[in-house]
Write a protein that binds this ligand. Structure first.
Ligand code: NAP
Length: 239
């Protein structure tokens, strides 16, 4: 029970990596709130509360964080996991598509950190985990705005880490490689095959393998870790 009694909020939690993190946190004794734009029913383990949280909506953040504090009196862990992708290169990218991806992947992370920080600062503890990507570190051709936002998430995490270190708050970014999720299942099989072929382990990662990293960052086992990039990618970035 590595998260026994800890109160956690996970965004983008209706499927994929977010759902894997919710399940892993619940197994380890956390009290989990699982956010998504359309909270599903019959998906979460017992004790997990599904909440409506569109991360691009300031009002949703305020409502959800107020509810958690009213019900639990504290918030120990925030996982900013919600994310979307579009594949266009710079010359093909519309301003609408740019703004939509920035709103979820980058502004959502800013709003999430901002809304939980007052409670974490008051309680003098907290772990914030911002999900970036290998594409936040290295580039492939295409997906320009995805790269932009995932790169930003890494530096935003380092910035927050050094600002709030004196408040007992740790902020780290998590960088998955290619993971088998509804997102990757729905994209061009050619893209998937190319990324797996370029991964030294020659396979997709599982949501549980990413959730294990999030568990480590959420727990006190990572107590000397802040402003760090945790890469879980089958060796991709080692090349
Ligand atoms: P996914 O299968 O598409 O799941 C995305 C989740 O985000 C869903 O629960 C979705 O739920 C939610 N979501 C979408 N827009 C949202 C919004 N505005 N507000 C709140 N929730 C929203 O994606 P995934 O593969 O699990 O990816 C999860 C995270 O890992 C993303 O940040 C992604 O960039 C990152 N990542 C994934 C991979 C990979 O290979 N899969 C690799 C590196 C990084 P609703 O639509 O129901 O709200």
């Amino acid at each position: 029970m590595r998260l026994s009694g800890k109160v956690a909020l996970v965004t983008g939690a209706s499927r994929g990596i977010g759902l894997g993190i919710v399940e892993r946190f619940a197994e380890e004794g956390a009290i989990v709130y699982a956010g998504s734009t359309n909270p599903p029913t019959g998906v979460y383990p017992q004790g997990v509360t599904g909440v409506r949280l569109d991360v691009a909506q300031e009002g949703d953040w305020k409502t959800v964080v107020e509810r958690i504090l009213a019900e639990q009196g504290r918030i120990d862990v925030l996982v900013n996991n919600a994310g979307i992708i579009v594949y266009e290169c710079v010359h093909d990218l519309t301003l609408d598509a740019w703004n939509k991806v920035v709103a979820v992947n980058q502004t959502g992370v800013f709003l999430g950190m901002r809304e939980v920080l007052p409670a974490m600062r008051a309680q003098k503890s907290g772990s914030i985990i911002n999900v970036s990507s290998i594409w936040g570190v290295a580039a492939v051709a295409g997906a320009h705005v995805y790269h932009a936002t995932k790169g930003a998430v890494g530096v935003m995490s380092k910035n927050a880490a050094i600002i709030y270190v004196g408040d007992g708050i740790r902020v780290n970014s998590l960088h998955p490689g290619f993971i088998d999720t509804p997102l990757t299942q729905s994209q061009d099989p050619g893209i998937n095959a190319a990324v797996i072929a370029a991964t030294p382990m020659k396979r997709a990662g599982t949501t549980r393998e990413i959730a294990n990293g999030a568990l480590f960052l959420a727990s006190d086992e990572s107590s000397f870790m802040t402003g760090a990039e945790l890469v879980i990618d089958g060796g991709y970035l080692a090349q």
